[in-house]
Design a protein around this ligand. Structure first.
Ligand SMILES: [Zn+2]
Length: 125
């Protein structure tokens, strides 16, 4: 169903009433970080891992025109790098792990938060 053909409850409200219905920035951000529509909190925000939906299936809010491009991977690398690299340096300087453990451990430690954070940062952008 096309989101533009939907009749929303908010279509019958005055601009002031519509403004009252809009979620606060904190509420919208929390909903987005959970992968839900920031507007209603019920519809899905992603069709797949990083592909956002064109519109919310519940409230019809349009998202197809929003593109984060490379911002989400960039922000993910920035955050994960600042968490994992100092941790790896601290652990490696205090221990004498065998090379095969170090070369297995740190990529896994970096990939797990990357997989979790990248879609969330897609929402933030
Ligand atoms: Zn929605």
């Amino acid at each position: 169903m096309d989101g533009a053909s939907r009749v929303q409850i908010s279509d019958h409200l005055t601009p002031e009433e519509q403004e009252d219905e809009r979620p606060t920035l904190v509420v919208a951000a929390r909903r987005g970080l959970l992968g839900r529509c920031p507007n209603c909190g019920k519809g899905r925000l992603f069709a797949s891992y990083l592909k956002q939906v064109n519109h919310c299936d519940v409230c019809g809010q349009q998202y197809g025109h929003i593109h984060s491009d490379d911002a989400a991977p960039w922000l993910t690398i920035l955050v994960v790098g600042h968490l994992v690299v100092p941790t790896a340096l601290a652990v490696e300087s205090q221990t004498s792990l065998p090379n095969w453990i170090s070369m297995t451990l740190w990529p896994v430690v970096a990939i797990v938060p990357r997989q979790h954070l990248c879609p969330r940062f897609e929402v933030v952008n």
